[in-house]
Design a binder for this molecule. Structure first.
Ligand code: SF4
Length: 163
């Protein structure tokens, strides 16, 4: 299936806004075997860890890329440019390693694949992609998540998700 890129927090890396990880052992296993490269678009965009949680306000990741929506943190700071910069750096890594598929973390304003938070900071979800997921899809990289599962490859999936 070729090499994948995956959200780094899946691999046990403490890159989340709260400096925690979102370990999924089956995905970490891909990284251990060299079948996936971990990337964190928000760190690649220059944001610190820990950092304020952020949500897309006024749309989704597509809209952010088109200049129609912004990414705002919970203190009201506009972090749109860092999110876009991080998405392009993540894309550069994916293209450099020839990745055609990505497994990304749902609900993140960067990595969300099927849905994201709605911009009200009240824990409400809405359908849509994060900024990096949207950029990947525009550049022909197939995007999956921990909830969708991913296509069969050589990997053994211990969590019973699609292989
Ligand atoms: Fe994980 Fe993506 Fe958030 Fe980084 S930006 S912590 S990889 S969900």
């Amino acid at each position: 299936m070729g090499r994948k890129v995956v959200s780094a927090c899946f691999a046990g890396i403490h890159c989340r806004y709260d400096q925690k990880h979102s370990l999924v052992e089956a995905i970490q296993e891909l990284v251990k075997k060299g079948e996936a490269i971990p990337i964190c678009p928000e760190q690649l965009g220059g944001l610190s860890t820990p950092r304020n949680p952020a949500e897309i306000v006024g749309g989704n990741g597509e809209d952010v890329l088109d200049g129609k929506a912004r990414v705002i943190d919970n203190q009201g700071n506009d972090v749109t440019e860092a999110f876009i910069r991080g998405a392009y750096e993540a894309l550069k890594i994916a293209q450099t390693v020839g990745a055609k598929q990505a497994i990304l973390k749902e609900k993140s304003p960067s990595c969300g694949t099927c849905y994201i938070y709605d911009g009200t900071f009240q824990g409400k979800k809405q359908p849509g992609m994060g900024v990096t997921a949207a950029l990947f899809r525009r550049h022909g990289i197939q995007v999956f998540s921990e909830e969708t599962g991913w296509p069969k490859g050589q990997e053994k999936n211990k969590d019973g998700m699609n292989q």
